[in-house]
Write a protein that binds this ligand. Structure first.
Ligand code: E4P
Length: 215
């Protein structure tokens, strides 16, 4: 399973990358806005650290404008993946970018039907948002299970399942058990995945006992 990091914070990307936890990066307009920096500058910095797919979101309504924005973003670096909204216009832009050999990540997916359409439009990745579904009283992970099953039924569909809106370690563990291709994980959740109280207790005891060993 691949781990992408869901952040535009360069220090978080550096830290997680040093641990070998970053196969790719996803950003979105909200994460970019949080940095207070120019989009292109943030993307250049990320591309200098991570040699993997880096999602940059095209922000426009019409397919023509999404396509133009997508082409502009993909020209920044070969690792840039164009993130597109799951709308009819977004899918048109997805089909066109795919035809031109540019990788896409279709985002804001909340149903298996939407995921099927994105795959037919040739999306490289589909991003179902599990946390936002949980927020409104649904079980976000059920959507992952449905999409993994549907895509598995049709090997001609090449779209990978990228679990997004991850809020806690269980989302990641369940995604792995379901066979999702990727989880895009906030830095804080990577920290939570790492921690176990028995590891901390074990280290403390080993360090204490080590001091008793004659030198
Ligand atoms: C995915 O690409 C999105 O950036 C992200 O996972 C959204 O997560 P949120 O629902 O926590 O904002």
């Amino acid at each position: 399973m691949k781990f992408f990091i869901d952040t535009a914070d360069i220090s978080e990307i550096r830290e997680a990358h040093a641990m070998g936890m970053v196969d790719g990066v996803t950003t979105n307009p909200s994460l970019i806005a949080k940095t207070g920096r120019r989009f292109e500058d943030v993307l250049q910095d990320i591309c200098a650290i991570v040699d993997g797919p880096i999602s940059a979101e095209a922000v426009a309504e019409s397919a023509a404008d999404l396509l133009a924005d997508g082409l502009r973003l993909s020209a920044i670096h070969p690792n840039i993946v164009v993130k597109l909204p799951l709308t009819g216009e977004g899918l048109k832009a997805c089909r066109e970018l795919t035809n031109r050999g540019i990788r896409t990540n279709v985002t804001l997916c909340f149903s298996p039907a939407q995921a099927l359409l994105a795959a037919k439009a040739g999306a490289t990745w589909i991003s179902p948002f599990v946390g936002r579904l949980d927020d409104i009283g649904h079980t976000g992970m059920d959507l992952i299970s449905q999409i993994v099953t549907i895509y598995g039924n049709y090997p001609s569909l090449k779209t990978e399942v990228l679990v997004a809106s991850v809020r806690h370690p269980l989302h990641v563990v369940e995604a792995a058990m379901m066979g999702a291709d990727v989880a895009t994980i906030p830095f804080s959740v990577i920290g939570q995945l790492l921690k176990h109280p028995l590891t901390d207790i074990g280290i403390e005891k080993f360090n204490k006992d080590w001091k008793k060993v004659p030198v």
